[in-house]
Design a protein around this ligand. Sequence first.
Ligand code: PLP
Length: 353
Amino acid sequence: MSKFWSSVVNNLKPYTPGEQPKVPGLIKLNTNEHCLPPSTEAMAALGNVSSEALRRYPDPESTALRRAIANAEGLSEGQVFVGNGSDEVLAHIFQGLLSSNDSLVAPDITYSFYPVWAALYGLKLKTEALLADFTIDVNRLLQHPESILLANPNAPTGRALTLAEIKRLVDSNPDRLVVVDEAYYGFGADSASSLLTEAENLIVTRSLSKSHALAGLRVGYALGSAELIEGLTRVKDSFNSYPLDACAQSVATAAIEDTQWLSRSSALVTENRDRLTQDLRDLGFEVCPSLANFIFVQHPQHEGRDLFEYLRAKNILVRRWDKKPIANFLRITVGTHEECSALVQCLKERCAP
Ligand SMILES: Cc1ncc(COP(=O)(O)O)c(C=O)c1O
């Protein structure tokens, strides 16, 4: 508390990002970074950024990047908004679009930044419980008149809705906004982007942090109707007109254009994920079926907290939340083949039947 803080700031409970410890030899499986290095085309673009490009301000509209994304999605440039990570894009959606009403609805177990933005922008966040298998309950969400926000695949469960289920939500009421956070795009879940040719009330957000192995670059984007995108641009230009620096724009454009890298690397991650899922099931773990680059697991005979501490002592960092009903679960990022094998070996020593 400070007398200099506004009442909003006094009441904020900020989001706590996953730890980024710099421990030598640490197997870091706690923040869902990609297990491979980024595309060599993207790295070459970083090397090619000129001193002149750094001396000048960057393109405030990120034209080349927006064009590359539009081409990849079969949309127009006016349907693409880019920001400094999808976190920033989502924050602008809260301020510029969701705040046109005073409440919205989201699943109760989901990305824990959503309640923080709701509080920051003075919105009431209503929640609907997940079903027992951790899938999102579409029927319950449909009973609400408010705008809907969901992550697909959901975090931290990894479970995804089908395109038909998202379409049901979008079609149920053209006057309500549906925000689909596709931060984990590329690892097997349906994308809602194909609905954008028809739907005016849908906005899809994506991140280059996971799918393109560029978490350090901080680039995310939104796809939607030109009207929705213009709303976000108005917020951006009243907040920070140059959110993406020259390096971020060049690297992200090259990464988006390297579509082969995306398909090859996603195939490797999904292969590692499916093998890790099977290996942990063989050790007695219950593993949520995941379409993301992480898995959500619990062991019926071992407490999540104990397993978390045990792995940490072995220099393997995963993530867990001390809250019901997920306190017994661990969220584990899909690592390289070697990282997954080391994890399985450690857990075998602890949990093998
Ligand atoms: C569901 C979800 N949405 C959005 C983000 C934000 O991603 P970024 O800001 O790195 O693009 C994350 C990050 O972990 C996430 O899990």
